[in-house]
Write a protein that binds this ligand. Sequence first.
Ligand code: SAM
Length: 282
Amino acid sequence: MAAIDGLPPLRDVIRDHDLVARKQLGQNFLLDLNLTAKIARAAGNLSETDVLEIGPGPGGLTRGLLAEGARKVLAIEKDPRCIPALEEIAAHYPDRLQIIEGDALEVDVTAHLTPPYRIAANLPYNVGTELLVRWLTPAQWPPQWSTLTLMFQREVAERIVAQPGDRHYGRLAILSQWRATTQIVMSLPPEAFSPAPKVHSAVVRLTALPQPRFPADPGVLSRVVAAGFNQRRKMLRASLKGVAPDIEAKLEAAGIPPTERAERVSIESFCRLARIVAGDTP
Ligand code: SAM
């Protein structure tokens, strides 16, 4: 493993700090610093921005982000055992790494970062999707972040980039692609991690669009899409019955055959339907 920063190899860090991986914290560590530097590069030019990292663990990706020139990294880690290892990295990069011990679902990062910031993480599987949905549904758009560069289980990554008609197309694809561009930028086999998970992983990059691709009220769109995919095998005239009165006529006004299934409907059509349901001009 080539050194990227003069700090000890990650295997030594894990041994010295006794960081035996804990399944309940979704701990599958990346040990190859060349790989973590590659993920950091996929996050874009870091020199002018702050970076939020969730779940730094022993710090492989953190070191990649700092070596790639991140102005400042704010790292939130729930496992107290990892903090001393992260403090060694902070000492090596004075004033550039801030560590918060806590649950990423509860920490308010706004006071610590200058927007627009980037978010990069090898996410713990148990909270990954919930965090993504939160980042995609802020009170205001554009959001405080400019890009998300996130490692997920391969199947979750495929749900983010899926197109109408794809097996994985659903709420996550619509939520992601309505207001961001999405791309799988890297695929990783289980052996890239220690311990190796059962499934393949992939890094997805999402770049926030300045405004949504098509106008629609976020709440109404979310309601329509949730109902449509809740019973994805049903025709929309049945699955959307509870969403608004005269749903067949509204589907037709939106140019969607009432016999169509949600999995074949484009984001543009869902937005048109959401505008009609909200009583706006289509
Ligand atoms: N970034 C490291 C790497 O790439 O090797 C570790 C990634 S590991 C998949 C996920 C990390 O997230 C673990 O260090 C785990 O302790 C941490 N974690 C789990 N749940 C968390 C939460 N709710 N908030 C913050 N960190 C969490």
